[in-house]
Design a protein around this ligand. Structure first.
Ligand code: G3P
Ligand code: CA
Length: 350
């Protein structure tokens, strides 16, 4: 009788409980809570921290006096009022380069919502109004101070997720950005793989150099742009893909691919097409953190942001998500993966 009860119970559980084999991905606030406040301002970082983001992202470039500042581009003109304050300081291409300005000069600028370099129109029209605020461009040190201060005052530990921007370009300007960034991170206590910190870079040579020459022990993520692997029927050539992942796993702990290399869209049968990228990366011990999930720029295959987060966390089983909307991503993640609600560092792949 007892055995029959157990059998019935097992059958009941098997039919009524969804099999959830996905683990909660970390939510990375892409340039802060940039869906709500101008990207990379300290206000955007404070909001993301308050929203509960697991990691806060900072893109980093250097000033003329070699101070790392938190800025997405090597240019200043699409996110500040530099053209008004320093009208004669552009290069021949008409752009204003952060590396041509001292940190004192950068500090005089107002950071604003991103505008398009060609049209001067706001890139995300539904977001914070451009040129209607008094934000500034933070240094990396100022941002780390803010995050560590909030970690203390809130009792909630958010990690950092730093990107070294354009290292080859910085080198051509006579500066070693990687060395300088590592020095500042180290000064704030980010040195070890066990620290709540990731370091990311698109440049393959530089990411390898960080590990092999600069002895960086932080978790490294190789960012991937338009990929180099042959595409086969909405997927990749699996041998090529495995070879690439094997190579990356020799020097990094993870990859940061484009969303479109993880989820392709829907097939003619209406089913979601998930590529082999996450599975192959996991086979090689790499975590996968795709970029960038935006509630105001949904891909055609998702009807809502909640559904988009479900596609990546439950269907594609990624380990982390870059998003401009950390609050909505956390809500969706916790809704779809309720058992793993607590903040987890998924640096060790499943
Ligand atoms: O670093 C991940 C993602 O941010 C890469 O894209 O251009 O926004 O830095 P980007
Ligand atoms: Ca970035």
């Amino acid at each position: 009788m007892m055995q029959l009860t157990r059998l019935l119970l097992a059958l009941l559980l098997a039919t009524s409980t969804p099999i959830v084999d996905a683990k909660a991905p970390i939510v990375i606030a892409h340039r802060g809570a940039s869906g709500y406040l101008p990207e990379h301002t300290l206000a955007a970082k404070a909001l993301a921290h308050g929203m509960g983001a697991d990691y806060l992202e900072q893109d980093v470039v250097l000033t003329k006096d070699s101070i790392p500042i938190v800025l997405h581009d090597i240019h200043l003109d699409t996110v500040t009022n530099v053209t008004e304050l320093f009208p004669d300081r552009q290069r021949d291409d008409g752009r204003y380069y952060a590396i041509d300005f001292t940190v004192a000069e950068v500090k005089r600028l107002r950071a604003t919502e991103r505008v398009d370099a060609k049209t001067n129109k706001t890139v995300f029209p539904r977001r914070f109004p451009p040129h209607a605020s008094h934000f500034t461009v933070p240094t990396l040190a100022e941002e780390l101070e803010l995050i560590q201060g909030l970690n203390k005052s809130s009792g909630r530990q958010a990690g950092i997720y730093t990107e070294i921007k354009s290292p080859a370009w910085h080198r051509s300007e006579g500066k070693d950005i990687s060395k300088i960034v590592l020095e500042v991170l180290g000064r704030y206590g980010y040195r070890e793989a066990s620290d709540a910190a990731y370091l990311q870079c698109f440049d393959v040579v530089e990411t390898k150099r960080l590990r092999q020459e600069l002895n960086c022990r932080l978790k490294l993520v190789q960012l991937l742009g338009a990929n180099n692997w042959k595409e086969v029927d909405s997927d990749f050539d699996l041998e090529e893909l495995a070879r690439s992942m094997r190579e990356i796993a020799k020097y990094a702990e993870g990859i940061g691919p484009r969303m479109s290399d993880v989820v392709r869209g829907r097939g003619t049968d209406g089913n979601l097409i998930v590529t082999s990228l996450v599975a192959v990366a996991h086979q090689h011990g790499l975590v996968v953190h795709p970029y960038t999930l935006r509630a105001d720029a949904l891909p055609g295959y998702s009807e809502s942001f909640d559904e988009l987060v479900k596609h990546f966390s439950v269907d594609a089983k990624v380990d982390g998500l870059f998003t401009d909307f950390p609050d909505q991503a956390l809500r969706a993640r916790n809704h779809h993966l309720p058992e793993s609600k607590a903040t987890e560092d998924t640096s060790a792949p499943r």
